[in-house]
Design a protein around this ligand. Structure first.
Ligand code: HEC
Ligand code: HEC
Length: 269
């Protein structure tokens, strides 16, 4: 538990903004704090702010990879250049802005339209945040042309957007968190991923993962701090370290949702 707190605290410090707090008791070291985005930021500062949003609040890496294939969405490496040629008479900047707020206006060949508009719940990025993310995407292989917009990177609790969905059954929670993008679970709709271990009998496997650690404690840790213990077998061979599973669920789930999920998964014998 200590390690998890230290790791999460370090993440909070490395990130220059801090969010999600009271509703998420397992992360005690993060009070909600808004960070200002200025209209006078340099392109580099804009891209750095956008990178933080992509890696944390935007949860883009749940689906996308950067420099590696995503679980079910295109690799964003080089998107800054590629964006210019996606749609006729549409600049890279316009295409990227559109990709964020109206993702299905253009669906990349070979993929399905599953990306939620980033300016709507649950992400609810504001204009300044959308622009910062666009700046970051342009920096991946292209030139940053988008102009910063003044605003704040707000904690979901202060801009009124939910940090998490209202999902309350384990199945709803897993759907909302897109666990099925990577995991299979027999009998649960949408859970057919082939990136991480099949969770169908997780209660049994989890009990045997770490000596002296209960199934529930192991599952709790696996969700909050995936790299703390790497499961041996993934569908395509040995699981990779650090874990491909993003360490974002401590931010996305309320303590209650985490309990519901752990209870349910530990019961899968
Ligand atoms: C639920 C999964 C999911 C999430 C979360 C997600 N995306 Fe996507 N995204 C996709 C998929 C699938 C596509 C390809 C289909 C399409 O074009 O809509 C895509 C397409 C894109 C494209 C166009 C790529 C291209 O090659 O033209 C961009 C840019 C993009 N996403 C950026 C983002 C950013 C930035 C975030 C976070 C703020 C994000 N996405 C979050 C699934 C996701
Ligand atoms: C981007 C892919 C991805 C997503 C999304 C993801 N996982 Fe994982 N998960 C993995 C991988 C890969 C592993 C194996 C490596 C490891 O142990 O961390 C794993 C491991 C686990 C384990 C340990 C399994 C074992 O056999 O020891 C649990 C439990 C788990 N994930 C639950 C979840 C839950 C619940 C969600 C949704 C809240 C989720 N995962 C979302 C990829 C993912």
């Amino acid at each position: 538990m200590k390690n998890i707190q230290v790791a999460l605290f370090a993440l909070a410090v490395i990130g220059f903004f801090v969010f999600f707090a009271n509703s998420i008791p397992q992360i005690e070291s993060r009070p909600p704090k808004d960070v200002a985005l200025g209209a006078d930021m340099t392109p580099q500062q804009l891209a750095a702010a956008g990178k933080q949003i992509v890696e944390t609040k935007g949860a883009c890496l749940t689906c996308h990879g950067i420099g590696s294939p995503g679980t079910r969405a295109p690799d964003l490496q080089g998107i800054g250049a590629r964006a210019a040629s996606r749609k006729p008479a549409t600049s890279a900047e316009q295409y990227l802005l559109e990709s964020l707020v109206d993702p299905c206006a253009y669906v990349v060949e070979g993929y399905q339209c599953i990306m939620p508009p980033m300016n709507k719940p649950p992400s609810s990025l504001n204009d300044a945040e959308i622009v910062a993310v666009t700046g970051y995407l342009q920096s991946l292989g292209g030139e940053i042309t988008v102009k910063p917009v003044a605003g704040t990177v707000s904690s979901p609790s202060s801009n009124g957007a939910p940090a998490v969905t209202a999902a309350s059954s384990p199945q709803e929670i897993m759907t909302a968190m897109a666990c099925g993008a990577c995991h299979a679970l027999e009998g649960v709709a949408g859970m057919a991923g082939k990136v991480g271990p099949d969770l169908t009998h997780l209660g049994t496997t989890a009990a045997a993962r770490k000596p002296g650690v209960s199934a529930k404690d192991y599952i709790h840790e696996s969700i909050l701090d995936p790299t703390a213990f790497i499961a041996p077998d993934c569908p395509d061979g040995p699981c990779r370290s650090p874990s491909v599973m993003p360490p974002i669920f401590g931010d996305r789930l309320t303590a209650k949702q985490l309990d519901i999920l752990v209870e349910y998964l530990a019961g899968l014998k």
